[in-house]
Design a protein around this ligand. Structure first.
Ligand SMILES: *Cc1c(COP(=O)(O)O)cnc(C)c1O
Length: 388
């Protein structure tokens, strides 16, 4: 019904199709932890089905099994990513944990991972905290050779956090064969890149970032085939890392402005990246649109993140910004800058950080919706302050 509509239209309407019939305009927030019913026998039958991860009509019986407001966000995100289903979690890390636990439960406790990944994702895999083992590779070409019969999935980020390195997803999906490819699409968002259309089977987001977009909600979501979504719902039901209904409401609201926010921030980021290339205080800039040999037609824009190496003291630069906020995280309406080696990727072993291209002079900038000249002036004065 909605498949012919553009992404911008779907971002505004997905998950809200029934509102007119209910006679409301804003999405209702359902804070119930339990759902009363006098038909206990009927509920028993529904519970048997819900316990398998399958969704059934009617209320979800208990708040850990499901929530109508969160369900709207899941439906909308699945639609935007072009997947059958989506399952929301309390954070991006809870979403990744559920994917790993699904592998373990199926007797597949091994994953293949391409560096760099988000620092805590790297740590969760490296430390084997959920009983999984990992084979790390530094180039996409090594992935096919690292696959084993017990490999649950291959995980990549593109563009990667924090180096903005890109991987050709079509080629990679082919190299993975029958092994599912999990793409962390947090940086690109479905506005710029839809991994499922390129062959990925699992698309993961830290919804905390662009999907929420305002720095006020933690969440995670996995878009995938309905079959796999059932396993993830089973795990979420039993382990409890559910998304709060208010967060579901905020994330659904965030989706409606996602295309506009991402394109505006992306245009500003592209302009800042091209100016930084010739700044005396900068020795190197990573921004997808600047890189040579990019995967063809994979992203429809460079995105809102860029990273750069500074000539002077990176910590002094962070201390000097005034418009830009010195803080971890990304994807907010306001610009955020941070030092990956000190913060987002601190948990990664220093040698592995170096291998992944995360140097001590690297800064990562998440561009928001401020005016480009105000951001440029702030960066320029901070870089001069950092030069000492
Ligand atoms: C932040 C982030 C995560 C983790 O998400 P949380 O919501 O903080 O748990 C995972 N992947 C990427 C690329 C991220 O930037």
């Amino acid at each position: 019904m909605t498949s012919g509509r553009s992404l911008d239209t779907r971002a505004v309407h997905a998950g809200r199709d029934d509102l007119v019939d209910h006679g409301v305009h804003a999405v209702p927030i359902d804070l119930s932890t339990t759902y009363p019913s006098r038909d206990t026998a009927g509920e028993a039958a529904r519970l048997d089905t819900l316990a398998t991860g399958e969704q059934v009509p009617g209320m979800p019986i208990y708040g850990r099994i499901g929530n109508p407001t969160v369900g709207r966000f899941e439906d909308a995100l699945a639609e935007l990513e072009g997947c059958e289903a989506a399952v929301a979690f309390a954070s991006g890390m809870a979403a990744l944990s559920a994917c790993l636990l699904a592998g373990v439960a199926a007797g597949k406790a091994h994953v293949v991972a391409l560096r760099p990944l988000y620092g805590t994702s790297d740590h969760l895999l490296s430390a084997g905290l959920l009983g999984t083992t990992v084979t790390w590779v530094n180039t996409a070409g090594e992935i096919a050779g690292a696959l084993r019969p017990g490999t649950a999935f291959v995980i990549v980020e593109t563009p990667a956090n924090p180096t903005l390195a890109e991987v050709d997803l079509r080629a990679l999906a082919e190299a993975c064969g029958d092994v599912p490819l999990l793409v962390d699409n947090t940086f690109a968002t479905p506005v710029l890149q839809r991994p499922a259309e390129l062959g990925a089977s699992i698309v993961l987001h830290s919804a905390t970032k662009f999907l929420g977009g305002h720095g006020d909600v933690l969440g995670g979501v996995v878009a995938c085939a309905e079959n796999h979504a059932r396993t993830l719902r089973q795990i979420r039901l039993a382990t409890g890392a559910v998304l709060h209904p208010l967060s579901g409401y905020l994330l659904l609201r965030g989706l409606s402005t996602l295309p506009v926010r991402v394109r505006a921030a992306s245009a500003t980021a592209a302009e800042l990246a091209s100016r930084l290339v010739s700044h005396a205080g900068v020795t190197g800039v990573s921004y997808p649109a600047l890189a040579a040999n990019r995967p063809a037609r994979q992203m429809t824009g460079g995105g809102a993140l860029l990273s750069f190496e500074v000539a002077g003291d990176p910590h002094a630069v962070l201390g000097a910004v005034r418009v830009i906020t010195p803080a971890v995280s990304l994807g907010s309406v306001d610009s955020l800058i941070q030092h990956p080696g000190a913060l987002s990727h601190r948990v990664v072993d220093p040698a592995d950080r170096a291998l992944g291209g995360i140097g001590e002079r690297l800064l990562r900038l998440s561009v928001g919706l401020e005016d480009v000249e105000d951001l440029w002036n702030d960066l320029d004065q901070a870089l001069k302050a950092g030069a000492g």
